[in-house]
Design a protein around this ligand. Structure first.
Ligand SMILES: [Zn+2]
Length: 253
């Protein structure tokens, strides 16, 4: 498996990255414009692997053209630039709906009563290796690259959380002797967020982060990648663990 993949990647490496793709990236992904030439080479290689190795599927009448797939792949590869993952090894498919889609849900309440219904969603990440997006949400995020919210960054953070168990208690990425691990820092920051919200204080990220520790990690990641200044200012310890985890300076400077 690894051998065939490497052989296919070597073949891809021999093809030039099309100039038309570069123009699309330049116009739409500000992080790409800021990358130095080494980062650009690496990024372009990852985007090509992503497009070749994951299957893209338009759903609900969505016609997925090359530009849309390219932009989703481009956004998905931004968090990987420091080397945190070899192109999401568990991810197989990217499903894209034109707009919010409906999905059945079932939820059990504190009283044990299970509620079932249908809800609208604009994106999700399944641990079985599927990412789902509403294209209009992705397009909105492309038009608003510094509002601190990005559905692709968010769902990709969930993929990395599955891959590494980044929010699990025993996760010890880059732990140094005597220092709390990343999960411990995320957990204490999460408690701080709940406390700030209780007291009506600003938290500088989408309050959806309060849902649970996994959403906290995903929301922190998307804001950090678009607005590192906000996380650095309000959540310096989160900034530090995200830099260590992603091995990335989100300012690209
Ligand atoms: Zn989420």
């Amino acid at each position: 498996m690894g051998f065939i993949r490497n052989w296919k990647r070597k073949k891809l490496d021999r093809q030039p990255f099309p100039d038309s793709w570069r123009r699309i990236m330049d116009r739409n992904i500000p992080q790409y414009a800021k990358m130095n030439s080494g980062q650009r080479d690496k990024f372009e290689q990852m985007v090509r692997y992503f497009l070749a190795e994951k299957s893209f599927e338009g759903c609900g009448g969505m016609i997925l053209d090359e530009e849309k797939s390219l932009l989703i792949a481009g956004l998905a590869c931004i968090p990987l630039l420091g080397g945190v993952s070899d192109i999401y090894p568990y991810l197989r498919s990217v499903l894209v709906y034109p707009s919010e889609y409906h999905a059945p849900y079932s939820e059990s309440g504190v009283d044990g009563v299970v509620t079932e219904g249908v809800e609208s969603r604009s994106g999700e990440s399944w641990d079985q290796g599927v990412l789902v997006f509403a294209w209009d949400e992705v397009a909105y995020d492309l038009r608003h690259p510094s509002d601190g919210a990005n559905i692709v960054f968010h769902e990709c953070a969930h993929q990395l959380d599955y891959e590494w168990g980044a929010t699990m208690e025993n996760f010890a990425w880059q732990r140094r002797d005597g220092e709390p691990g990343m999960a411990a820092i995320l957990k204490s920051s999460y408690r701080k967020l709940l406390d700030k919200m209780d007291r009506g204080r600003p938290v500088m990220v989408d309050e959806y982060a309060a849902t649970n520790i996994h959403e906290f990690f995903a929301v922190m990641t998307e804001t950090w990648l678009e607005r590192p200044d906000r996380i650095r200012g309000a959540w310096p310890e989160v900034d530090r663990v995200l830099q260590e985890f992603y091995q990335l300076n989100p300012d690209f400077s």
